[in-house]
Ligand binder design. Sequence first.
Ligand SMILES: Nc1ncnc2c1ncn2[C@@H]1O[C@H](COP(=O)(O)OP(=O)(O)O)[C@@H](O)[C@H]1O
Ligand SMILES: [Mg+2]
Length: 317
Amino acid sequence: MKTVHVLYENADWLPPLTEALASRGLDVVEHFIDGGSIDISSPPPEGIFLNRMSPSSHTRGHQAGVVFMGEYLAWLESWGRRVINGSEAFALEVSKVRQHAVLQSAAILTPKTIAVIGLEAMRDAARSLTPPFITKHNQGGKGLGVQLFSSHAALDATLDAGGYDNSPDSVNLLQQYIEPSEPFITRVEIVDGEFLYALRSSTEGGFELCPADACSIEDAFCPVGTQADSGKFGIRHDVTADDPLVKRLIALCRSHRIDVAGIEFVEDAHGNRYVYDINGTTNFNSAVEAAHGFHGMGAIADLCVRELDGLGAAAAR
Ligand SMILES: Nc1ncnc2c1ncn2[C@@H]1O[C@H](COP(=O)(O)OP(=O)(O)O)[C@@H](O)[C@H]1O
Ligand SMILES: [Mg+2]
């Protein structure tokens, strides 16, 4: 039997993925990664592994799972197990500092950003940015910690009032705010080095932007959910696989072993496109996908099939 081990912490996000895997005849074993125990003295089970640990896990009480996942992936890979979005992708997933670093070294435009350790250093660090600027969590997801400040005094007042929630890893970013020329951001969906589509996501409701179906229900601006076709999300047909930025993003995914990614950029009034977020645990908006004939989870499932076929062929040699 061809087995895909799905490592996850949010069961609400699983059905679209497990249905796509099952429809391709794959055996799915779900592993909830938070709590419990794993015998690391024994080899991991056979099959391939799919990492679905989200950087917003702490909002569901699963921060320990985020920390453990880094260890778990190292163990799996030490045994030569294939992990989709393995340790290198995961290290990026949970750190916007690292995302910024790889984007910069790939000569991809990013907003000017300062990393701050501990909240006390934020005031002084912010002085080196010209307002408006935003704050955000290093381990970010769903727009957590993203606040817009139009002056240094406004940040000071927020900090004085205890109005800024610390990142789960205590590292926060101060970042140049890029005023969008039109009120949306773009999310480029990539699976296994292939461009799937570019999602357009309205910024009119605020900063918490996750396209998942499950998030659209619970968190008004999350792009994953099923009731998600509220007009907030759409397809950008003008952003294609031939777009030079898309090509660079694909090359970046390849060179950093990111198998699955939703990468976000915002465009300013001068046409500059700033990339600011790499999501590995990408979820897809089923309503938008259905309307346009896309199927992101299907693309992930097809990748699993290819990987398992590759394992089978290697074993037969
Ligand atoms: N530098 C920026 N300039 C303008 N808007 C931004 C910037 N960074 C983030 N945003 C807005 O905030 C949202 C959430 O920020 P993001 O970095 O994607 O955090 P998360 O990882 O939590 O999704 C973005 O989708 C975008 O709308
Ligand atoms: Mg984002």
